[in-house]
Design a protein around this ligand. Sequence first.
Ligand SMILES: [Zn+2]
Ligand SMILES: [Zn+2]
Length: 159
Amino acid sequence: MDNFDSISLLNIMLINKRKLFSQLVSDCSIPVIVKQTNDEAYGGYYSKRNYPSNCRIEINSLDNIAHDIVSLLHEQVHYRHENENCRCMNRSCRTLAEYHAYKEGLQAAIKLGNKDIIKETILLIQGQAEKNFTNSHRTAAKKVMRLKLWQKALKWLDT
Ligand SMILES: [Zn+2]
Ligand SMILES: [Zn+2]
């Protein structure tokens, strides 16, 4: 493949990811607000408790469409679990909620079958697990990395 072909292929992949993001946003049953903050550690936000009449997902866009998709998949799990009254919600400890969101976010990425999105999800989970302080995100990320699902995801990086 010559240089031009590889560049246009990359563009097609980028356009497809943008389309996918728009599709995920329009399929979402609550509003998705895309913001840009300078905080790279902030991926997104979902809370019905804090905004009972204004339930929404916020995504911190980092000019990396794979990152934005991964953040959206993660927040959608929180939203779905709250709607389904999952036992992870309405607890003071967030570890189970984050575990569910990382695990199902990874499952969703694998289901989409897009290597960049799977890779971004892996980076997100690894980044949380490598934090040098303990919080619910780190505990949850480490737990996901012990699943068979994690090995399945890592195999995508070799393809
Ligand atoms: Zn849950
Ligand atoms: Zn979360």
